[in-house]
Ligand binder design. Sequence first.
Ligand SMILES: *[C@@H]1O[C@H](CO)[C@@H](O)[C@H](O)[C@H]1NC(C)=O
Ligand SMILES: CC(=O)N[C@H]1CO[C@H](CO)[C@@H](O)[C@@H]1O
Length: 399
Amino acid sequence: MKSFVLSVATALALSAPALGVAVWGQCGGIGFSGSTTCDAGTTCTVLNPYYSQCLPGAATVTSTVKSSSSVASTTSTAPSSSNSLCSGSRTKFKFFGVNESGAEFGNLNIPGVLGTDYTWPSPSSVDFFMGKGFNTFRIPFLMERMSPPATGLTGPFDTTYLSGLQTIVSYITGKGGYALVDPHNFMIYNGTTISDTNAFQTWWHNLATVFKSNPNVVFDVMNEPHDIPAQTVFNLNQAAVNGIRAAGATSQLILVEGTSYTGAWTWTTSSGNSAVFGAIKDPNNNVAIEMHQYLDSDGSGTSPTCVSPTIGAERVQAATQWLQQNNLKGFLGEIGAGSNADCISAIQGALCEMQQSGVWLGALWWAAGPWWGTYFQSIEPPSGAAIPSILPQALEPFL
Ligand SMILES: *[C@@H]1O[C@H](CO)[C@@H](O)[C@H](O)[C@H]1NC(C)=O
Ligand SMILES: CC(=O)N[C@H]1CO[C@H](CO)[C@@H](O)[C@@H]1O
Protein backbone atom coordinates (compact mmCIF):
# COMPACT_ATOMS: atom_id res chain seq x y z
CA MET A 1 0.00 0.00 0.00
CA LYS A 2 2.82 2.33 0.81
CA SER A 3 4.39 1.96 -2.62
CA PHE A 4 1.00 2.44 -4.26
CA VAL A 5 0.53 5.78 -2.50
CA LEU A 6 4.03 6.86 -3.39
CA SER A 7 3.46 6.05 -7.03
CA VAL A 8 0.25 8.07 -7.08
CA ALA A 9 2.04 10.96 -5.41
CA THR A 10 4.88 10.70 -7.92
CA ALA A 11 2.44 10.64 -10.81
CA LEU A 12 0.74 13.74 -9.48
CA ALA A 13 4.00 15.54 -8.97
CA LEU A 14 5.02 14.83 -12.55
CA SER A 15 1.79 16.00 -14.13
CA ALA A 16 1.93 19.78 -14.41
CA PRO A 17 -1.47 20.95 -13.14
CA ALA A 18 -2.23 19.89 -9.57
CA LEU A 19 -5.29 17.87 -10.45
CA GLY A 20 -6.44 16.61 -7.14
CA VAL A 21 -5.77 15.09 -3.76
CA ALA A 22 -4.39 11.55 -3.67
CA VAL A 23 -6.18 8.68 -2.01
CA TRP A 24 -6.35 9.07 1.82
CA GLY A 25 -5.46 12.77 1.57
CA GLN A 26 -7.51 15.53 3.18
CA CYS A 27 -9.95 17.27 0.84
CA GLY A 28 -11.98 19.49 3.13
CA GLY A 29 -13.05 20.48 6.62
CA ILE A 30 -13.23 23.57 8.78
CA GLY A 31 -9.96 25.49 8.53
CA PHE A 32 -8.71 23.47 5.54
CA SER A 33 -7.48 25.57 2.63
CA GLY A 34 -6.11 22.96 0.21
CA SER A 35 -7.64 21.37 -2.84
CA THR A 36 -11.09 19.86 -2.44
CA THR A 37 -10.87 17.79 -5.61
CA CYS A 38 -9.96 14.15 -5.21
CA ASP A 39 -7.80 12.17 -7.57
CA ALA A 40 -9.62 9.94 -10.08
CA GLY A 41 -11.01 6.81 -8.52
CA THR A 42 -11.46 8.40 -5.11
CA THR A 43 -14.29 10.37 -3.57
CA CYS A 44 -14.13 13.27 -1.15
CA THR A 45 -16.01 11.99 1.87
CA VAL A 46 -17.05 14.09 4.87
CA LEU A 47 -15.83 12.28 7.97
CA ASN A 48 -16.64 15.06 10.38
CA PRO A 49 -16.97 18.84 10.16
CA TYR A 50 -13.21 19.19 10.48
CA TYR A 51 -12.03 16.52 8.14
CA SER A 52 -13.00 15.27 4.71
CA GLN A 53 -10.89 12.61 3.07
CA CYS A 54 -10.37 11.12 -0.40
CA LEU A 55 -11.52 7.52 0.04
CA PRO A 56 -11.10 4.88 -2.65
CA GLY A 57 -14.14 4.65 -4.93
CA ALA A 58 -15.23 1.00 -4.94
CA ALA A 59 -15.57 0.73 -8.70
CA THR A 60 -12.11 1.89 -9.59
CA VAL A 61 -9.93 0.56 -6.81
CA THR A 62 -7.57 -2.08 -8.13
CA SER A 63 -6.69 -5.26 -6.31
CA THR A 64 -3.33 -3.79 -5.31
CA VAL A 65 -5.06 -1.89 -2.54
CA LYS A 66 -7.21 -4.72 -1.27
CA SER A 67 -5.89 -4.62 2.27
CA SER A 68 -6.67 -0.96 2.66
CA SER A 69 -9.95 -1.14 0.84
CA SER A 70 -10.90 -3.88 3.28
CA VAL A 71 -10.41 -1.29 5.98
CA ALA A 72 -12.73 1.04 4.08
CA SER A 73 -15.29 -1.67 3.47
CA THR A 74 -15.23 -2.60 7.15
CA THR A 75 -16.30 0.94 7.86
CA SER A 76 -19.01 1.00 5.27
CA THR A 77 -20.40 -2.44 6.05
CA ALA A 78 -20.64 -1.59 9.72
CA PRO A 79 -22.79 1.53 9.67
CA SER A 80 -23.14 1.45 13.40
CA SER A 81 -25.91 3.02 15.36
CA SER A 82 -26.07 6.57 14.22
CA ASN A 83 -24.61 8.79 16.86
CA SER A 84 -25.69 12.38 17.17
CA LEU A 85 -22.11 13.31 18.04
CA CYS A 86 -20.56 11.61 15.07
CA SER A 87 -22.16 11.41 11.66
CA GLY A 88 -21.64 8.78 9.00
CA SER A 89 -20.45 5.23 9.42
CA ARG A 90 -18.23 4.33 12.31
CA THR A 91 -16.19 1.29 13.17
CA LYS A 92 -16.58 0.65 16.87
CA PHE A 93 -13.48 0.00 18.92
CA LYS A 94 -12.68 -3.63 19.61
CA PHE A 95 -10.88 -2.46 22.75
CA PHE A 96 -12.37 0.34 24.83
CA GLY A 97 -11.74 1.10 28.47
CA VAL A 98 -9.42 2.71 30.96
CA ASN A 99 -5.95 2.62 32.39
CA GLU A 100 -5.96 1.09 35.87
CA SER A 101 -3.13 2.77 37.71
CA GLY A 102 -1.56 1.83 41.01
CA ALA A 103 1.23 -0.74 40.69
CA GLU A 104 3.54 1.81 39.06
CA PHE A 105 3.06 4.39 41.81
CA GLY A 106 5.87 5.27 44.20
CA ASN A 107 8.58 4.78 41.61
CA LEU A 108 11.19 6.43 43.81
CA ASN A 109 10.81 3.61 46.30
CA ILE A 110 12.18 0.38 44.88
CA PRO A 111 10.96 -2.18 45.56
CA GLY A 112 8.54 -0.25 47.78
CA VAL A 113 5.83 -1.60 50.03
CA LEU A 114 2.50 -2.88 48.75
CA GLY A 115 -0.28 -0.77 50.22
CA THR A 116 2.11 2.08 51.07
CA ASP A 117 4.06 2.91 47.93
CA TYR A 118 1.92 1.13 45.38
CA THR A 119 -1.26 -0.86 45.03
CA TRP A 120 -3.03 -3.09 42.52
CA PRO A 121 -6.23 -1.99 40.74
CA SER A 122 -9.56 -2.73 42.37
CA PRO A 123 -11.72 -5.55 41.01
CA SER A 124 -14.73 -3.37 41.78
CA SER A 125 -13.43 -0.71 39.40
CA VAL A 126 -13.10 -3.34 36.67
CA ASP A 127 -16.65 -4.51 37.40
CA PHE A 128 -17.96 -0.96 37.18
CA PHE A 129 -16.60 -0.40 33.66
CA MET A 130 -17.47 -3.85 32.38
CA GLY A 131 -21.00 -3.28 33.63
CA LYS A 132 -21.20 -0.27 31.36
CA GLY A 133 -19.93 -2.16 28.33
CA PHE A 134 -16.22 -1.33 28.38
CA ASN A 135 -13.87 -4.26 27.99
CA THR A 136 -10.22 -3.20 28.18
CA PHE A 137 -7.92 -2.34 31.06
CA ARG A 138 -4.29 -1.27 30.90
CA ILE A 139 -2.27 -2.37 33.91
CA PRO A 140 0.88 -0.24 34.39
CA PHE A 141 3.59 -1.78 36.56
CA LEU A 142 7.30 -1.16 37.22
CA MET A 143 10.06 -3.29 35.74
CA GLU A 144 12.27 -2.74 38.80
CA ARG A 145 9.65 -4.40 40.99
CA MET A 146 9.18 -7.25 38.52
CA SER A 147 12.90 -7.72 37.82
CA PRO A 148 14.90 -6.57 40.86
CA PRO A 149 18.04 -4.61 39.90
CA ALA A 150 20.17 -7.03 41.92
CA THR A 151 19.68 -9.62 39.19
CA GLY A 152 18.74 -7.34 36.30
CA LEU A 153 16.48 -7.62 33.28
CA THR A 154 17.40 -11.20 32.47
CA GLY A 155 17.13 -12.44 36.06
CA PRO A 156 14.14 -14.10 37.70
CA PHE A 157 10.90 -12.23 38.32
CA ASP A 158 9.84 -11.27 41.83
CA THR A 159 7.22 -13.92 42.43
CA THR A 160 5.08 -11.80 44.77
CA TYR A 161 4.84 -8.83 42.41
CA LEU A 162 4.31 -11.11 39.42
CA SER A 163 1.55 -12.84 41.28
CA GLY A 164 -0.11 -9.45 41.93
CA LEU A 165 -0.10 -8.78 38.20
CA GLN A 166 -1.37 -12.26 37.39
CA THR A 167 -4.22 -11.87 39.88
CA ILE A 168 -5.63 -8.69 38.35
CA VAL A 169 -5.00 -9.91 34.78
CA SER A 170 -6.86 -13.15 35.53
CA TYR A 171 -9.69 -11.23 37.13
CA ILE A 172 -10.14 -9.10 34.01
CA THR A 173 -9.72 -11.83 31.42
CA GLY A 174 -11.80 -14.28 33.47
CA LYS A 175 -14.71 -11.89 32.94
CA GLY A 176 -14.05 -11.78 29.23
CA GLY A 177 -12.18 -8.49 29.26
CA TYR A 178 -8.79 -7.64 27.81
CA ALA A 179 -5.80 -6.84 30.01
CA LEU A 180 -2.89 -4.79 28.70
CA VAL A 181 0.33 -5.69 30.47
CA ASP A 182 2.24 -2.38 30.53
CA PRO A 183 5.80 -1.95 31.81
CA HIS A 184 5.41 1.72 32.69
CA ASN A 185 9.11 2.52 32.46
CA PHE A 186 9.63 5.07 29.67
CA MET A 187 12.42 2.74 28.40
CA ILE A 188 14.41 3.46 31.55
CA TYR A 189 15.38 0.64 33.93
CA ASN A 190 17.23 1.13 37.20
CA GLY A 191 17.96 4.74 36.30
CA THR A 192 19.50 4.01 32.91
CA THR A 193 17.99 4.08 29.43
CA ILE A 194 17.59 0.53 28.16
CA SER A 195 20.02 -0.11 25.32
CA ASP A 196 20.66 -3.85 25.49
CA THR A 197 18.29 -5.13 22.81
CA ASN A 198 19.04 -8.78 23.59
CA ALA A 199 18.33 -8.34 27.30
CA PHE A 200 15.07 -6.56 26.50
CA GLN A 201 14.08 -9.36 24.13
CA THR A 202 14.82 -11.93 26.85
CA TRP A 203 12.80 -9.95 29.38
CA TRP A 204 9.77 -9.97 27.07
CA HIS A 205 10.30 -13.63 26.19
CA ASN A 206 10.15 -14.45 29.88
CA LEU A 207 7.09 -12.32 30.62
CA ALA A 208 5.20 -13.56 27.56
CA THR A 209 5.89 -17.13 28.67
CA VAL A 210 3.84 -16.45 31.82
CA PHE A 211 0.82 -15.26 29.82
CA LYS A 212 1.16 -17.20 26.59
CA SER A 213 -1.93 -19.35 27.08
CA ASN A 214 -4.25 -16.40 27.78
CA PRO A 215 -5.48 -14.92 24.48
CA ASN A 216 -7.10 -11.91 26.20
CA VAL A 217 -3.77 -10.55 27.36
CA VAL A 218 -2.35 -7.72 25.25
CA PHE A 219 1.39 -7.04 25.40
CA ASP A 220 2.15 -3.31 25.59
CA VAL A 221 5.90 -3.32 24.94
CA MET A 222 6.93 -0.13 26.75
CA ASN A 223 5.16 2.95 28.06
CA GLU A 224 6.24 6.25 26.50
CA PRO A 225 9.90 6.05 25.56
CA HIS A 226 11.38 9.52 25.29
CA ASP A 227 14.68 11.27 24.58
CA ILE A 228 15.82 8.25 22.58
CA PRO A 229 16.06 8.21 18.76
CA ALA A 230 13.01 6.70 17.07
CA GLN A 231 15.14 4.08 15.33
CA THR A 232 16.57 2.83 18.66
CA VAL A 233 13.08 2.60 20.14
CA PHE A 234 11.90 0.78 17.04
CA ASN A 235 14.74 -1.77 17.31
CA LEU A 236 13.88 -2.46 20.95
CA ASN A 237 10.21 -2.89 20.06
CA GLN A 238 11.01 -5.24 17.20
CA ALA A 239 13.19 -7.32 19.53
CA ALA A 240 10.31 -7.51 22.02
CA VAL A 241 7.88 -8.66 19.32
CA ASN A 242 10.37 -11.37 18.31
CA GLY A 243 10.85 -12.45 21.93
CA ILE A 244 7.11 -12.62 22.64
CA ARG A 245 6.38 -14.74 19.57
CA ALA A 246 9.38 -17.00 20.19
CA ALA A 247 7.98 -17.69 23.67
CA GLY A 248 4.93 -19.27 22.04
CA ALA A 249 2.62 -16.35 22.75
CA THR A 250 1.28 -16.23 19.22
CA SER A 251 -2.40 -15.33 19.60
CA GLN A 252 -2.13 -12.06 21.50
CA LEU A 253 -2.17 -8.50 20.21
CA ILE A 254 1.13 -6.66 20.69
CA LEU A 255 1.26 -2.87 20.97
CA VAL A 256 4.41 -0.95 20.12
CA GLU A 257 5.01 2.63 21.24
CA GLY A 258 7.28 5.25 19.71
CA THR A 259 9.61 7.84 21.17
CA SER A 260 8.56 11.35 22.27
CA TYR A 261 6.07 9.76 24.69
CA THR A 262 4.44 8.07 21.67
CA GLY A 263 2.36 11.21 21.04
CA ALA A 264 -0.09 11.02 18.14
CA TRP A 265 0.31 14.75 17.50
CA THR A 266 4.05 14.46 16.77
CA TRP A 267 3.98 10.98 15.21
CA THR A 268 4.56 12.21 11.66
CA THR A 269 6.67 15.24 12.54
CA SER A 270 9.26 15.92 15.26
CA SER A 271 9.33 12.47 16.87
CA GLY A 272 10.71 10.72 13.80
CA ASN A 273 8.42 7.77 14.54
CA SER A 274 6.62 7.76 11.19
CA ALA A 275 9.91 7.31 9.35
CA VAL A 276 10.72 4.00 11.05
CA PHE A 277 7.66 2.31 12.57
CA GLY A 278 6.10 1.34 9.23
CA ALA A 279 8.70 -1.44 9.10
CA ILE A 280 7.46 -3.34 12.17
CA LYS A 281 7.30 -7.08 11.45
CA ASP A 282 5.25 -9.65 13.30
CA PRO A 283 5.25 -13.28 12.19
CA ASN A 284 1.70 -13.55 13.55
CA ASN A 285 0.53 -10.31 11.97
CA ASN A 286 -1.15 -9.01 15.10
CA VAL A 287 0.66 -5.85 16.07
CA ALA A 288 -0.73 -2.32 16.37
CA ILE A 289 0.84 1.07 16.92
CA GLU A 290 0.01 2.51 20.33
CA MET A 291 -0.11 6.28 20.59
CA HIS A 292 -1.13 8.62 23.39
CA GLN A 293 -2.82 12.00 23.18
CA TYR A 294 -3.70 14.66 25.68
CA LEU A 295 -5.52 17.83 24.74
CA ASP A 296 -3.94 20.53 26.87
CA SER A 297 -1.47 23.02 25.38
CA ASP A 298 1.69 20.97 25.92
CA GLY A 299 -0.02 17.63 25.36
CA SER A 300 0.94 16.33 28.80
CA GLY A 301 -2.44 15.81 30.43
CA THR A 302 -1.44 17.98 33.34
CA SER A 303 -3.84 20.90 32.70
CA PRO A 304 -7.65 20.63 32.64
CA THR A 305 -7.80 23.37 29.98
CA CYS A 306 -8.05 22.13 26.40
CA VAL A 307 -6.60 24.11 23.51
CA SER A 308 -9.95 24.21 21.68
CA PRO A 309 -13.09 22.11 21.17
CA THR A 310 -11.59 20.69 17.97
CA ILE A 311 -8.08 19.91 19.21
CA GLY A 312 -8.79 16.20 19.67
CA ALA A 313 -9.68 15.56 16.03
CA GLU A 314 -6.83 17.80 14.91
CA ARG A 315 -4.19 16.04 16.98
CA VAL A 316 -5.02 12.52 15.79
CA GLN A 317 -5.58 13.43 12.14
CA ALA A 318 -2.07 13.12 10.67
CA ALA A 319 -1.39 9.92 12.63
CA THR A 320 -4.65 8.47 11.33
CA GLN A 321 -3.62 9.20 7.75
CA TRP A 322 -0.20 7.66 8.38
CA LEU A 323 -1.83 4.48 9.70
CA GLN A 324 -4.02 4.32 6.61
CA GLN A 325 -1.15 4.93 4.24
CA ASN A 326 0.94 2.21 5.90
CA ASN A 327 -1.92 -0.25 6.25
CA LEU A 328 -1.39 -0.39 10.01
CA LYS A 329 -3.78 -0.38 12.94
CA GLY A 330 -3.62 2.15 15.77
CA PHE A 331 -4.47 1.95 19.45
CA LEU A 332 -4.89 5.12 21.53
CA GLY A 333 -3.55 3.82 24.83
CA GLU A 334 -4.02 7.07 26.73
CA ILE A 335 -6.37 10.00 26.20
CA GLY A 336 -7.47 12.42 28.86
CA ALA A 337 -8.72 15.96 29.46
CA GLY A 338 -10.66 18.10 31.90
CA SER A 339 -14.37 17.97 32.63
CA ASN A 340 -15.43 21.13 30.83
CA ALA A 341 -17.31 21.92 27.63
CA ASP A 342 -14.26 22.50 25.42
CA CYS A 343 -12.55 19.31 26.55
CA ILE A 344 -15.70 17.20 26.25
CA SER A 345 -16.14 18.39 22.64
CA ALA A 346 -12.47 17.77 21.97
CA ILE A 347 -12.65 14.18 23.26
CA GLN A 348 -15.81 13.55 21.25
CA GLY A 349 -14.10 14.91 18.14
CA ALA A 350 -11.04 12.69 18.60
CA LEU A 351 -13.06 9.50 19.16
CA CYS A 352 -15.37 10.35 16.26
CA GLU A 353 -12.49 10.91 13.88
CA MET A 354 -10.90 7.66 15.03
CA GLN A 355 -14.07 5.57 14.64
CA GLN A 356 -14.84 7.06 11.23
CA SER A 357 -11.36 6.23 9.98
CA GLY A 358 -11.67 2.51 10.70
CA VAL A 359 -7.98 2.12 11.55
CA TRP A 360 -8.06 2.49 15.34
CA LEU A 361 -8.58 -0.74 17.27
CA GLY A 362 -9.20 0.90 20.59
CA ALA A 363 -8.93 3.73 23.06
CA LEU A 364 -8.32 3.97 26.78
CA TRP A 365 -9.03 6.81 29.17
CA TRP A 366 -6.21 7.89 31.48
CA ALA A 367 -6.99 6.91 34.18
CA ALA A 368 -8.80 4.86 36.75
CA GLY A 369 -7.05 3.57 39.86
CA PRO A 370 -7.69 3.71 43.58
CA TRP A 371 -5.13 6.36 44.50
CA TRP A 372 -5.77 9.28 42.18
CA GLY A 373 -7.70 11.32 44.73
CA THR A 374 -8.89 14.59 43.20
CA TYR A 375 -6.80 14.32 39.98
CA PHE A 376 -8.95 15.95 37.29
CA GLN A 377 -8.67 12.98 34.91
CA SER A 378 -9.49 10.33 37.52
CA ILE A 379 -12.28 8.07 36.36
CA GLU A 380 -12.16 5.80 39.39
CA PRO A 381 -15.68 5.01 40.57
CA PRO A 382 -17.66 6.10 42.37
CA SER A 383 -16.52 9.71 42.50
CA GLY A 384 -13.55 10.31 40.19
CA ALA A 385 -13.65 13.75 38.54
CA ALA A 386 -14.33 12.29 35.07
CA ILE A 387 -17.28 10.13 36.20
CA PRO A 388 -20.11 12.73 36.13
CA SER A 389 -19.55 14.31 32.68
CA ILE A 390 -16.75 12.71 30.65
CA LEU A 391 -17.99 9.15 31.10
CA PRO A 392 -21.60 9.66 29.94
CA GLN A 393 -20.98 12.47 27.45
CA ALA A 394 -17.65 11.68 25.83
CA LEU A 395 -16.95 7.95 26.32
CA GLU A 396 -20.18 5.94 26.55
CA PRO A 397 -21.56 7.38 23.25
CA PHE A 398 -18.64 5.66 21.47
CA LEU A 399 -19.22 2.19 22.91
C1 LIG B 1 21.26 -0.72 39.35
O1 LIG B 1 21.80 0.50 39.81
C2 LIG B 1 22.69 0.37 40.88
C3 LIG B 1 23.05 1.74 41.37
O2 LIG B 1 23.45 2.55 40.30
C4 LIG B 1 23.88 -0.46 40.44
O3 LIG B 1 24.77 -0.64 41.52
C5 LIG B 1 23.40 -1.81 39.93
O4 LIG B 1 24.48 -2.53 39.41
C6 LIG B 1 22.36 -1.62 38.86
N1 LIG B 1 21.83 -2.92 38.49
C7 LIG B 1 21.67 -3.28 37.23
C8 LIG B 1 21.16 -4.64 36.99
O5 LIG B 1 21.97 -2.56 36.29
C1 LIG C 1 -0.98 12.40 32.26
C2 LIG C 1 -0.85 11.66 33.53
O1 LIG C 1 -1.77 11.51 34.26
N1 LIG C 1 0.32 11.20 33.79
C3 LIG C 1 0.58 10.51 35.00
C4 LIG C 1 0.58 9.08 34.76
O2 LIG C 1 0.81 8.39 35.91
C5 LIG C 1 2.06 8.62 36.42
C6 LIG C 1 2.21 7.74 37.59
O3 LIG C 1 1.79 6.55 37.20
C7 LIG C 1 2.22 10.07 36.78
O4 LIG C 1 3.54 10.31 37.22
C8 LIG C 1 1.92 10.91 35.57
O5 LIG C 1 1.88 12.27 35.90
